[in-house]
Design a binder for this molecule. Sequence first.
Ligand code: T5A
Length: 237
Amino acid sequence: MTGKFIVFEGTEGCGKTTQLERSRQWLLQSRWLPTLQQKGLIKDLVLTREPGGTQLGIGIRQLLLSPTKEPIHDRSELLLYAADRAQHVEQFLRPHLEENDLILCDRYTDSTIAYQGYGRGLDLTLIDQLNQIATQDLQSDLTIWLDLDVETGLARMQQRGKRDASGTGKPDRIEQADLDFHQRVRQGFAHLAQTEPQRFIQVDARGSELQVAERIESVLNHSLTQWFNLASYDVDS
Ligand code: T5A
């Protein structure tokens, strides 16, 4: 496989979705993407997410995030995320990487470690095994962790909820978890940043959208330059 796989991670309201779209725009406007395409190094840029990156995944996402009358058991939740991922890897991620595409993905395996492992307290070895089964060892080339304090992230989600077109403003099933849960999730991401500093890069998600975008662009610049062995003049010219 010759494409590249970049993942955005973080706690609720850290700004992943906003920044993924900004990164897409930047890749186009900075001439990174046109240059990589001209040189035959990358074919296309594609965006996706977990859960919900496939038809099956859209159904699983609905099951996972809608508030339910019957509580979803932690192990059932874990297996649903794994099923969504297995389908996503086979239907979307591998085919696009084989096509030489550059993938930007909203969440992947590290979310399961942070949410189901650190947040719910499920066995981390079991989660590693399940991630392996679901991904068949497909790892991200780069994961950008947008690190934000949990209170600010949840406040942003509340603000966004008030502006929702539905007008319900209701948090989803996981946003409804208590503050301690979200703090543990953040600790999980912090642990990953310590143990895998080459692949899992911490980016300060405080400040304006523009400030955060500039920090991400610097990380992307660095990785793209390394991967494709291009100097910035190759891209600018
Ligand atoms: N999950 C997922 C697991 O438990 N295990 C797993 O294995 C996986 C894959 C996914 C849920 O599933 C869980 C994690 C999640 O709880 P989701 O809908 O994808 O559900 O939820 P989130 O990932 O939290 O995504 P959201 O889109 O809801 O939030 P984002 O992406 O963090 O934030 P974003 O960009 O939508 O921004 C939120 C609000 O803040 C504003 C935006 O305009 C928006 O209103 N904002 C800013 N405001 C001020 N300053 C900035 N710099 C801002 N950046 C954005």
